[in-house]
Design a binder for this molecule. Structure first.
Ligand SMILES: Cc1cc2nc3c(=O)[nH]c(=O)nc-3n(C[C@H](O)[C@H](O)[C@H](O)COP(=O)(O)OP(=O)(O)OC[C@H]3O[C@@H](n4cnc5c(N)ncnc54)[C@H](O)[C@@H]3O)c2cc1C
Ligand SMILES: NC(=O)c1ccc[n+]([C@@H]2O[C@H](COP(=O)([O-])OP(=O)(O)OC[C@H]3O[C@@H](n4cnc5c(N)ncnc54)[C@H](O)[C@@H]3O)[C@@H](O)[C@H]2O)c1
Length: 497
């Protein structure tokens, strides 16, 4: 039987990163993937949807900002959109597979072994690999990392065929723009696809939100801007709506909603997309053969800092059931390997994870938002600057949006979190993430010479505002610059010039 220091099951972003970090330690690694290397980081997931978002944003920009009255709207066929997505996926897939092939080669001492097949536990050290042909091979692994990812959550009594009623696994494979589309779930995936399809301008989008705000985990000022833009593009948002049923009728979709006031409505659309969260992908792994247990509530693998209850088995990425993000999966994968082979003892920190939501305009975040600070009972200072006060945004003619920075309500003013919504918002987030990571105050960034004109100058001006030395005075531009403290749930404007 072949023997390895490490077996990684699943070659999505988390498993791939783990395998590559183990290679750095000179360990023998077997990476098992049942489908395609890259997982949801590429296919039916991050890269595919972001490519589609980029294309849709360009179509929208051309039509909204550049095309003048009387000109025909610019249109892209669905075929052209799909071709671009395929090209992007091919580029990344090509990098991954060449990289693997070269690492497997003799010249690189066969440092890595890639096995295409379904991995499952026979025992805590023996992994079976079921090949497409049906053949089963067994390997011995000193340690194993479970990186099998997640899959879309489905609704009971709803027949998902991935053609008419779809999840994010099916939406990329449709033949043409749907005339109309209902999206169930107004979280990240729901709002991103609502943005994409409304940007193309060929689909009437309906969004079912069971709460009173879309993106319910975000602060209201963020969800309000996203919602306003979706509505301007014709998206119908059903707030506080309970989905009573969603059925196929005559090759289309019929759904029924009920509302707290007792009202009901029945609506027909061409297609439906379910985006109501994701669940772990651990079925068929036979974890019980290795003694790996799920958490008490059965929704997560019960790991501590990526290590499961079986000391030589780790769980990372979406399969672990924590934050479902490419960057988090990659860091968890690398962290597990550092723990195994690098002697790392300090736990992985989730305090300064940066994320981007690809809506319109993009939303970038790191650390806590105001809602989370309130939930944790933290006293804070908050500073906000409108995009219309930032030279670069003026030059881009994209002045919708704001930066919001949240700091501790004391003299240190340590950054707790930031939210940015606007053009290029994501490019501004890392400087603040670094300050949080280094547990630094705000003076350094406030005094640094920034490139001009750049979006990040908005952050600098926010920090200067907190220090009472901003260029624009909040007492003058009251609607565009805001500075307030929130103590025991009561928010009061701070006296600034
Ligand atoms: C529509 C969509 C958009 C997204 N956009 C973003 C984004 O913009 N930014 C971001 O950070 N995140 C985004 N995400 C989330 C991100 O894609 C996931 O968090 C990330 O892919 C998780 O990586 P992973 O390696 O844990 O799992 P996955 O990417 O799911 O990979 C798991 C791999 O394991 C394989 N596998 C499963 N079981 C077995 C088995 N028994 N044997 C062998 N192989 C197996 C699977 O085939 C798969 O390739 C998005 C997700 C979706 C669905
Ligand atoms: N840009 C990014 O970073 C990005 C993009 C896409 C996905 N992701 C990751 O993928 C994960 C899954 O995304 P998601 O949008 O599916 O999950 P989500 O948790 O973001 O949103 C799910 C939404 O569906 C709603 N919902 C749940 N059950 C419902 C029901 N029965 N009827 C109506 N609404 C219902 C929830 O209230 C919630 O608003 C995200 O949590 C995120 O980690 C990240």
């Amino acid at each position: 039987m072949e023997k390895y220091d490490l077996c990684v099951i699943g070659a999505g972003p988390a498993g791939y990163a783990a395998a590559m970090r183990a290679v750095d330690f000179g360990k023998t690694v077997c990476l098992i993937e049942k489908d395609k290397v890259g997982g949801a980081g590429l296919y039916n997931g991050a890269l595919a949807s972001k490519t589609m978002w980029e294309v849709s944003q360009r179509v929208y920009d051309v039509n909204e900002s550049i095309v003048s009255v009387g000109r025909r709207k610019f249109e892209l066929s669905w075929e052209e959109v799909q071709k671009t997505v395929s090209e992007a996926l091919f580029d990344r897939k090509f990098q991954y597979s060449c990289h693997i092939k070269l690492l497997e080669a003799e010249a690189m001492n066969k440092i890595l072994k890639y096995e295409r097949g379904l991995g499952r536990f026979k025992s805590k050290h023996v992994i079976q690999i079921e090949k497409e042909s049906g053949d089963v091979k067994e390997i011995y692994a000193e340690n194993t990392i479970i990186a099998t990812g997640s899959k879309p959550r489905k609704l009971p009594n709803c027949d998902v065929d991935e053609k008419i009623i779809m999840t994010s696994d099916g939406i990329h494979h449709i033949d043409d723009y749907p005339r109309s589309l209902v999206i169930v779930g107004a979280g990240v995936i729901g709002c991103e696809y609502a943005t994409i399809f409304s940007n193309f301008g060929k689909t009437k989008v309906h969004l079912i939100d069971r709460a009173d705000k879309i993106l319910p985990f975000e602060d209201d000022d963020i969800s309000d801007v996203v919602e306003k833009n979706l509505k301007e593009k014709g998206v119908v948002i059903h707030h506080n709506a309970q989905l009573e049923r969603l059925d196929k009728k005559d090759g289309e979709v019929e759904y029924e909603l009920s509302y707290p006031d007792g009202k009901r409505e029945v609506i027909r659309v061409e297609k439906a997309l379910l985006s109501i969260g994701r669940v772990l992908n651990v079925d068929g792994l036979n974890m019980e053969n290795a003694g790996v247990e799920m958490s008490k509530r059965g929704r997560h693998i019960g790991d501590t800092d990526t290590q499961t209850n079986v000391p030589n088995i780790y769980a990372v990425g979406d399969a672990s059931g924590r934050l479902a993000l490419v960057n988090v999966g990659e860091s968890e994968g690398r962290h597990a390997v550092e723990r195994l082979f690098g002697g790392r003892t300090s736990p992985l920190s989730y305090d300064n994870v940066s994320t981007i939501m690809f809506v319109q305009p993009e939303v970038a975040s790191v650390g806590l938002n105001e809602k989370q600070c309130a939930e944790q009972g933290l006293d804070i200072k908050v500073v906000k600057i409108d995009y219309s006060c930032i030279a670069r945004a003026i030059a881009m003619r994209k002045t919708q949006g704001f930066f919001k920075i949240i700091v501790t309500n004391d003299d240190d003013m340590k950054i707790l979190g930031m939210r940015a919504i606007g053009e290029h918002a994501s490019s501004a987030i890392q400087a603040v993430a670094l300050l949080i990571k280094m547990n630094k105050g705000i003076e350094e960034l406030a005094d640094m010479v920034h490139p001009h004109p750049s979006i990040i100058e908005g952050i600098q001006e926010c920090l200067r505002m907190l220090l009472n030395k901003s260029v624009f005075k909040s007492s003058v531009f009251k609607d565009k610059l805001k500075c307030y403290s929130c103590v025991k749930g009561v928010c009061t404007p701070l006296q600034r010039l």
